[in-house]
Design a protein. Sequence first.
Length: 286
Amino acid sequence: MADVKLSSLMELETIEQGIYRAQSWDLGFRALFGGQVLGQALSAAYKTVEEGFGAHSFHSYFLLPGDAKKPVMYDVEVVRNGRSFCTRRVKAIQEGRNIFYMTASFQLPEDGMEHQFATMPDVPAPEDITPDIAFYEANFDKLARPMQEALSYHKPIDIRTVDAVNSFSAKKRDPQRYIWLRAQESLEPGAQINQAMLAYASDYHFLSTALQPHGVSMADRALRIATIDHAMWFHKPVNFNEWLLYVAESPFSGNSRGIVKGQIFNQQGELIASTMQEGLMRKVDK
């Protein structure tokens, strides 16, 4: 299969003003990858805001599993248009069912008080870490057939997990993970595409961080795991052509749910985005 570009997944077909259709990628998971809906919903919202406004946050809920073999419709509601801020609500639809909701807020850039009380961890440089995809390629024969067929769709984001061997094992360890991320393709400057692709990537290896203290592998057939909600805040302009460090940690799990929080730094140590996610983590009888 030829190389695929993630930017093409964020190109939406306009059905009419506020109604858009997008294609889906089957990543070999049980359901549609949540990151796809996050990125496409944000892209849909961008189509309805005036030039100059940039997304500063979104809050979303995953209501039903999506079908990765079918396109997704996005219905954008104009909630508010203000002089400095505007708000959009996006509904993702498949076969007449609402599978996802997002509320996104946009702002015109302005000067203001600024501080950063977050320190980028000292971790190995991305150049010194083997890409995650190399592990899957080296163990191709051990992968389930759906993952073998979908492997090309995991390549558009260069993902390099620090200490990946332990991070993806079933051994108990602290609920913390460091991941370098970068787009494989060359992206044009601009908030929409860079933010949408980072939103897509923010769902990779995120909720599974909450499994680490329990010594449970994502490959465990008794595990049921699914995202419930996902929020993201953009603090500074995103340049996804450059390496970004995703620092994920899980402060709590219980009642069959786990929560994770993330900080995304550029290589200069600037905090450019923050994330939060809660998801289902349930063990069932085999």
